[in-house]
Ligand binder design. Sequence first.
Ligand SMILES: Cc1cc2nc3c(=O)[nH]c(=O)nc-3n(C[C@H](O)[C@H](O)[C@H](O)COP(=O)(O)OP(=O)(O)OC[C@H]3O[C@@H](n4cnc5c(N)ncnc54)[C@H](O)[C@@H]3O)c2cc1C
Length: 433
Amino acid sequence: MNLLHANDTAGEYPASYYAATRSDLAPFAQLRGETRADVCVVGGGYTGLSAALHLAERGYDVVLLEAHRVGFGASGRNGGQVGSGQRQDQTWIEAAVGTDKAHALWDLAEEAKRLVKSLIHDHAMPVTFHPGVAHACWTASEVSASHRYAEKLARDYGYTHLEALDQAGMERIVGSRVYKGGEVDRDAGHVHPLNYAIGLAKAAAAAGVRIFETSEVHRVEPGANPIVRTGQGRVLCKQVVLAGNGYLGPLDRKVSAKVMPINNFIIATEPLGARASEILAEPIAVADSKFVVNYWRLSEDNRLLFGGGESYGYRFPDIIKTVSKPMLEVYPQLKGTRIDYAWGGTLAITMNRMPCFTRPAQNLFSASGYSGHGVAMATLAGKLMAEACATQSERFDLMASLPQHRFPGGPTLRWPLLVLAMTWYSMRDRLGL
Ligand SMILES: Cc1cc2nc3c(=O)[nH]c(=O)nc-3n(C[C@H](O)[C@H](O)[C@H](O)COP(=O)(O)OP(=O)(O)OC[C@H]3O[C@@H](n4cnc5c(N)ncnc54)[C@H](O)[C@@H]3O)c2cc1C
């Protein structure tokens, strides 16, 4: 079983709200026969598209191979939240790698957020960056910790965009009584994720990248002149960028020992009309403090797009059932509301939830495992890999210096062990521990 083919129709976007509202993009041809390139990029999500675009802008001849359609993977299915900082908070990062490196990693993450905004602007993408992401806390102690963290970011990192909220302030914005407070990050924001991916693909193609869709890579033969093989063709190149993220699996077993695919789900209600302002009083996105995070926002036609639930394994569960439960816990008033779309996506996590940047060979680069924080970071990863291909690898090396460990259990036992660990944490969510 291969995750690339487990839940979806080959060569098509899943039936999501995003696919129903996507920008036009004529399919790119399938790779047939032999071609040559300076760099071959495997995977057409944010990582691969951004790498290809930035390489082409540096004058490289680039071929990008995508198994289905560009934005088919997590990049076309996610919550659209462009968060600030790295996936782990700065307190964790300082303890792990020291203050100097923590500052450098914070700066990279801020650059990642700016990069998304500037790519949208510079390439005139039909994508709106809606500012504001709230972090809603279930317990009073989480609220205190989040307010202390906002003070730390202002004091130590000069980041002053976090607005602390008490219970009443949170309820005023998110229209739910379950949260005790939290904060809103006014510089983070949210986008239509698939249209952002399509915007990147159009920009890359305009910059000269040769994109091939329905071109699944079956093998990468390393060496001074690597050969990348699909079912119908092959690319002879000098460098390879691996950007398959949660689907990478067999293409690089050393990377996939450290990067684990997991599935996450989103539902879209019918348009809520006037009721929408009772759900969110401002056009912000929200993520809460559960271990299995609930996250939501309104679409441009006032549907609630609510994400949550996780599964580990190849097949998606009953998505409406899985996600309706947490949605109704937060918004009981939505009982009986019609669900028009439900879709799942496969993302990739690492043991420590920081991304895995690695260079399996001198001319082979890989970045993945953004652990649910990849809209901005994957975009930046592509840029850093383009820099590294062009021999400026200091910033890629900084990310690659983060310690990464293999998931216990090896290829056969890692999933059952992960299920055990995740079940324990989600049980804590349910028990309110
Ligand atoms: C439901 C969900 C919600 C999320 N919400 C958020 C969020 O709100 N904010 C956030 O920051 N992050 C979020 N994420 C994570 C984010 O979407 C990812 O981190 C990011 O999209 C990763 O981009 P990528 O290009 O590395 O991977 P992907 O977008 O998965 O792209 C990989 C691509 O490679 C292709 N591919 C794989 N193997 C091969 C092969 N052998 N040959 C050819 N092509 C191949 C796949 O078809 C795919 O298109 C979410 C993810 C999911 C699934």
